[in-house]
Design a protein around this ligand. Structure first.
Ligand SMILES: Nc1ncnc2c1ncn2[C@@H]1O[C@H](COP(=O)(O)OP(=O)(O)OP(=O)(O)O)[C@@H](O)[C@H]1O
Ligand SMILES: [Mg+2]
Length: 284
């Protein structure tokens, strides 16, 4: 669905390039996540593919055609949920969806069903200017899937949402994937990446260092360990033991035999640990 090949991009008036030799592919039907700290180039990449930014070097092939060669019919095929300056704040939610829907030739989703799904039906006839940030985000999200696009771009789709609403959005993204849609999202939230993405790319300073499934990354780079809390000479202390070598670790046996154990927890390497290990950077 998307093939990005040797893409470089520098913002006008900027000395530093925002993207350097970026390469990746997104296959039909997958949820692909860009994971990286602030300023990494996540939004820039999405904006280039969508066509909100121009003037890139390299090749960006989307839906079988070079991005530069697409006309306006491109926008029938894609859905975009970024920040929400594209909502009309003087109109109600329903008026927004009706108006935006009228721009498309595609058959639309049922507006009331969508509003209900994200808990906005009771506020459907209220002006968007009275909406909270989370309400606007949810409206913006359903706006992006209204015209049943095949390819969707979500920039930090759950940031700023409470856990209940974040779950609704995550479930809706998964439903879209189950319908065969292709999704490219950005996040700096590891949990979101793990829960949703078939594959993730780690991006830092405009460079992609790794692309793989969260599961493979954990298998390959993760170090499974257990954390033991025990009493040592009257004080609570903790120690971590690598599971691969635990059966020959004398210290571990000594603690098990002779100390008062308070807790034992197994610890899977988190995607965050792996991100730090591979990029040398933290996510936030
Ligand atoms: N309009 C702009 N003009 C000049 N430089 C920009 C502009 N927008 C972004 N940049 C720069 O490009 C780089 C990549 O920014 P980008 O917004 O793509 O990062 P991001 O990964 O989306 O970060 P965040 O997690 O904060 O959204 C950064 O160094 C940023 O300062
Ligand atoms: Mg961004």
């Amino acid at each position: 669905m998307i093939k990005v090949n040797k893409v470089n991009f520098t913002y006008e008036k900027s000395k530093k390039s925002a993207l350097e030799n970026v390469n990746f592919e997104i296959k039909k039907g997958e949820i692909f996540g860009f994971l990286g700290p602030s300023g990494a180039g996540k939004t820039t990449t999405q904006r280039l593919i969508i066509g909100l930014l121009r003037g890139y070097e390299g090749s960006i092939e989307v839906l079988g055609k070079e991005r530069r060669d697409w006309g306006n019919d491109f926008y029938e095929k894609i859905g975009v949920a970024f920040d929400f300056p594209n909502l009309y704040i003087k109109l109600t939610a329903k008026e927004n969806l009706k108006l935006i829907g009228s721009y498309y030739k595609n058959k639309l989703e049922d507006i009331d069903v969508l509003l209900d799904r994200v808990g906005l039906l009771p506020y459907a006839n209220k002006r968007v200017e009275s909406y909270s940030k989370g309400m606007k985000m949810r409206l913006n999200f359903i706006r992006s899937i209204l015209h049943k696009p095949d390819l969707m771009f979500f920039d930090e789709p759950t940031s700023g949402l409470d856990p209940v609403n974040a779950k609704i959005i995550k479930d809706m993204i998964t439903e879209q994937k189950n319908l065969g849609k292709t999704i490219f999202l950005t996040t700096h939230n590891m949990t979101v990446a793990e829960q949703l993405c078939d594959r993730v790319a780690f991006i830092v300073d405009g460079n992609i260092s790794v692309i793989d499934s969260p599961k493979n990354l954990k298998l390959e780079h993760g170090k499974n360990s257990i954390k033991v809390e025990y009493i040592n000479y009257g004080k609570l202390v903790e120690d971590t033991f690598n599971l691969e070598t635990i059966n020959t670790n004398e210290k571990y046996f000594d603690i098990m035999r002779n100390k008062k154990i308070k807790t034992i927890h197994s610890q899977e390497a988190s995607l965050e640990d792996i991100f730090i290990k591979l990029t040398g950077r933290k996510l936030l």
